[in-house]
Ligand binder design. Structure first.
Ligand code: ATP
Ligand code: MG
Length: 474
């Protein structure tokens, strides 16, 4: 039997050679993308997700900023999913209590006393439902609403007794946004795992009230995902990738994401993490990934940390300037290779990408002819997935147009915008010719001050265009 090897094309190397990552060839299927803000991490993740899905492996994406709608088939939010973190199977209620309080302690930065009060309240909520906290017998668990009620009643009681209820009250204020989110309202979790293991799915957190609530939902979800993997059992086949952009906020020794990183491989699940702050990761996290892409890390601390892991001089990482260009390090190969990631909009087979690309060069259209049927099928599939239509990728007009990492800290910003505008505009010969004609006309037929005004307006518009590009707009 011929086994199809999952191979992800990352981009091009220095010599134009294709750089690929085959998860099964690595010591484990996990991957990490690191780099400063604006260096191309999210675009890299999108490209990988697209390739995974073309290779038949769906991704589950924890999306904090609504960056991934255009690569997803399903979107999950509190309108179609609920989680009850206090459901305890396959553990005891007591173990679930420790897990929940640990997550909330870390995310909401709770003090020792607050953590203790929260733990007691969770245990009381279980007992109020007649649940033995040491037993694994399956019963309906309490919800966060029940925990909130326990805390409120206790505060009321302490006030009546003229004792201090301050710890409980500050805890209630801290956790209020969490108690109020629609994700935790039901007794029973309703998570569409069937869809998650069938199609690329995004967990949409953008509209959650605070960053803490987003992180808490993500952690509780990942915990559920972990148990779902255990329930599905071990497999050699890759069945899912879990993608977490900005993962440094979620991962620590005790976090569900760390458990996933350590154990999910046996269950056919890979994890892809991205972060602007790689030095926040522990060495164990790094030891558990089979591949790393490092884009520019502007902070020396991060460049040093990543450089050490990849066996590369930190200056080389610090001095990368082109967006989407970095070093890739795979456990199956010695050393690092430079790679320019091919962004989603330059990859074949995505309708939103093709629609945005107005004029294709004639020779390209010809070359693509044999793949036409396949692409048409892709188109039809994309038609069924309105989520893909919601967010269009940003399209650069020229194939080999490079843009550079925002570095307004180092340069005078208007000058930087001007240079970027010039670069974008004059990358096409046609535009250069048009510019020559307009200026020729202006200086031949107009008075000098009008001609100078035309030039001024043109230069200003270039600067505005450069400014827009700096902000990641077209
Ligand atoms: N491989 C690439 N080729 C060309 N342009 C790219 C590439 N990757 C990213 N870009 C451009 O750079 C912009 C910023 O990239 P991206 O959003 O991926 O950065 P990021 O590292 O995720 O930043 P942040 O940490 O702020 O989220 C994109 O909007 C896109 O225009
Ligand atoms: Mg990003």
């Amino acid at each position: 039997m011929i086994m199809m090897v999952l191979e992800i094309i990352l981009g091009k190397g220095d010599n134009g050679n294709e750089i690929k990552w085959a998860p099964k060839n690595e010591k484990n299927p996990h991957f990490m993308v690191v780099g400063t803000s604006g260096s191309g991490k999210t675009e890299t993740l999108k490209a990988i997700i697209h390739e995974l899905s073309a290779g038949g492996v769906p991704s589950f994406i924890v999306d904090f900023h609504q960056d991934f709608d255009n690569v997803a088939d399903n979107v999950l939010d509190f309108t179609n999913m609920t989680i009850n973190p206090l459901e305890y199977a396959p553990e005891t209620p007591e173990a679930a209590m420790y897990k929940v309080s640990n997550i909330l302690k870390k995310i909401f930065v709770l003090g020792v006393q607050q953590e203790g009060v929260l733990q007691d309240a969770i245990l009381s909520a279980y007992r109020d439902k007649g649940i033995d906290i040491k037993s694994m017998e399956k019963q309906d668990a309490p919800t966060f609403e029940d925990v909130k009620n326990v805390l409120e009643n206790k505060a009321e009681y302490l006030k009546e007794e003229k004792r201090s209820s301050q710890t409980i009250e500050t805890l209630l204020v801290r956790l209020r946004p969490l108690f109020n989110t629609g994700f935790f309202t039901s007794k029973k979790s309703a998570i569409p795992f069937k869809n998650i293991f069938a199609e690329t799915t995004v967990l949409k957190l953008k509209n959650m009230p605070t960053e803490e609530v987003k992180y808490a939902i993500a952690e509780f979800f990942i915990n559920k995902l972990k148990y779902e993997l255990y329930a599905r059992g071990k497999t050699d086949k890759m069945v899912l990738y879990c993608i977490v952009d900005e993962a440094h906020r979620l991962i620590d020794e005790k976090s569900p994401l760390n458990d996933l990183l350590r154990e999910s491989r046996k269950y056919g699940t890979g994890v892809i993490l991205s972060s602007q702050r790689p030095s926040d990761f522990s060495d164990t996290v790094l030891a558990n990934v089979g591949g790393i892409i490092a884009f520019q890390c502007r902070l020396e601390k991060d460049a040093i940390f990543v450089g050490r892991q990849m066996g590369i001089n930190f200056e080389e990482i610090k001095n990368l300037t082109e967006v989407g260009t970095g070093f890739v390090n795979l456990s199956s190969k010695n050393g690092n290779e430079k790679v320019k990631i091919t962004p989603l909009w330059k990859r074949k087979g995505l309708k939103t990408v093709k629609k945005e690309r107005k004029a294709e060069k004639p020779h390209e259209t010809k070359q693509k002819e044999p793949a036409k049927k396949e692409e048409k099928e892709e188109d039809e599939r994309s038609e069924e997935t309105p989520a893909q239509e919601r967010k269009k990728p940003i399209v650069l007009e020229e194939e080999d147009d490079a843009i550079y990492i925002r570095d307004e800290y180092r340069y005078f910003p208007p000058l930087l915008w001007f240079v970027r505008g010039m670069k974008a505009y004059f990358s096409s010969i046609k535009r250069g010719a048009l510019f020559a004609v307009v200026m020729g006309f202006a200086y031949s037929f107009l008075e000098f001050r009008f001609a100078a005004a035309v030039t001024g307006v043109f230069l200003l518009s270039l600067m505005i265009a450069g400014f827009m590009r700096s902000r990641g707009k077209k």
